[in-house]
Design a binder for this molecule. Structure first.
Ligand code: SF4
Length: 342
C-alpha cells in the first residue's frame, strides 16, 4: 500500500508528518507521489482561512478524475488542526477525519493492523511538544477553538523523551508549544533539567508570548550553556491600536523594552518574529509604526503574514477591508526591510 502526506501550516504539522511517515514505513507501507498513492494524509491547519481553503482545494483535486478519465481511488484522510464545522464538511465530501496519534481509529479507517502502537520521531533536529492548545484568544486566531485550552505534558515524560532522543544521536531539541512560557510545570525548571542531561546537543524553543517572557526565562537563556541564544517573539503589529484589536496585551513600548532587556543580557542574541499585515483597520500610520519597530529591533528573521479572516474568531466580525494589493505591498516592504527579500 502506498501513501502520501501533505503538511499544511505550522512546524508542529511538519514534525507530525515526518513521524507519521516513519510509522507507516515501519509498518510496511511505501511513500509515493500523491497521484500513485492509495492513501493521502492531509495534516490540516485552521489558523487562516487560506489554509482551510487549501485543504478543500486539495481534496477537490485528489478526488477529481485522472487525465485518462478514470475515477481516482485514493483514500483521503485529514488530521490535525480542524474546527468541528470543517470536520463535518470534509466528512460530507467522503473524506475521513482522524485524530492524530490514535492508532486504533487509523486501523479502522484504513483496514490495516499495526504492530507499533505509537508514532515515533525522525531526523537530527527534533521537535518535542511540551504543551498543546492556547488560552490567549488573539482575536484573529482559531487555535484556542480547534486545539482547546493549554494542556502541558508532565515534565518527567518530556525529559525521558529528550534523553532517549539524545542517546539515539539527536543534536537539537526544539521544545514546541503555542506559548511555551506558560508551561504548567515550570518552563525554566524544564530548561534547566534538559540542560543537565549528558550529551552533545542544543535546546531551542518556540513560540513565546511577549506578555509571558519573564526575567527567569531570560536568565535561563543566559546561564544554561545548551540553550541557544535566540528568541522567537511574535510582535504581530507595532501599532498599539491594532495590538488592542488583536487582543495582544502589550504595547509597542513594552515590546521594545523587553527586547532591549533581552539584548542587554544575552550576548549576540538573535530575535525572530511573526507579523500580520492588513489586519482590519490597519492604516498607513499603523503600518508605519510596525516598520519603525522593525528598524529598531533589527530582527534576524520575520515571518510576515497577510491577514486573512477566519470564521469563528472575534476578528471575523471586523470583515476584511484592506485590499489584497495593499496587503501585498505592506508584506513586500517588511520582507524587504527584515528578510532582505523582494
Ligand atoms: S498566542 Fe494567540 S496567535 Fe498564538 S496560538 Fe494562542 S491565540 Fe493563537
Amino acid at each position: 500500500m502506498k501513501f502520501f502526506i501533505e503538511a499544511i501550516g505550522c512546524q508542529q504539522n511538519g514534525y507530525d508528518a515526518s513521524r507519521l511517515a516513519i510509522f507507516l514505513k515501519s509498518a510496511g507501507l511505501f511513500e509515493s507521489s500523491a497521484e500513485e498513492s492509495d492513501i493521502i494524509f492531509i495534516l490540516a491547519c485552521s489558523v487562516r482561512q487560506t489554509a482551510v481553503d487549501r485543504i478543500f482545494g486539495r481534496i477537490r483535486n485528489w478526488n477529481a478524475k485522472s487525465p485518462s478519465g478514470k475515477k481516482t481511488s485514493h483514500q483521503i484522510i485529514v488530521t490535525s488542526c480542524l474546527t468541528p464545522d470543517d470536520q463535518k464538511k470534509i466528512i460530507e465530501r467522503g473524506v475521513s477525519y482522524w485524530e492524530f496519534g490514535d492508532i486504533e481509529s487509523l486501523e479502522k479507517i484504513i483496514g490495516e493492523k499495526f504492530n507499533n502502537r505509537t508514532i515515533e520521531q525522525s531526523s537530527d533536529s527534533v521537535y518535542i511538544p511540551i504543551m498543546i492548545g492556547c488560552n490567549n484568544f488573539c482575536s484573529y486566531c482559531i487555535v484556542p477553538y480547534t486545539r482547546g485550552r493549554e494542556r502541558s505534558r508532565p515534565a518527567d515524560e518530556v525529559i525521558l523523551e529528550a534523553s532517549e532522543l539524545i542517546k539515539s544521536g539527536k543534536k537539537q531539541i526544539i521544545l514546541l508549544g503555542q506559548n511555551v512560557n506558560s508551561y504548567e510545570f515550570g518552563f525554566t525548571k524544564l530548561l534547566k533539567d534538559l540542560d543537565d542531561l549528558p550529551g552533545d546537543f542544543v535546546i531551542s524553543f518556540i513560540s513565546n508570548h511577549p506578555k509571558d517572557m519573564t526575567a527567569d526565562v531570560i536568565e535561563a537563556i543566559v546561564t544554561l550553556s545548551k540553550v541557544k541564544k535566540e528568541i522567537h517573539l511574535p510582535l504581530q503589529s507595532g501599532s498599539d491600536r491594532i495590538l488592542k484589536l488583536m487582543n495582544r496585551p502589550y504595547s509597542s513600548k513594552q515590546y521594545l523594552e523587553l527586547i532591549e532587556n533581552c539584548k542587554s543580557k544575552i550576548e549576540n542574541l538573535l530575535v525572530t518574529t511573526d507579523i500580520i499585515v492588513g489586519f482590519p483597520g490597519e492604516t498607513e500610520e499603523d503600518f508605519q509604526q510596525t516598520v519603525d519597530i522593525c528598524k529598531k529591533v533589527e530582527f534576524s528573521l520575520a515571518y510576515v503574514n497577510k491577514y486573512s479572516p477566519r470564521k469563528g474568531t472575534v476578528a471575523y466580525s471586523l470583515g476584511d477591508p484592506i485590499s489584497w494589493v495593499e496587503k501585498q505591498q505592506r508584506w513586500k516592504i517588511l520582507n524587504h526591510l527584515v528578510n532582505k527579500k523582494l
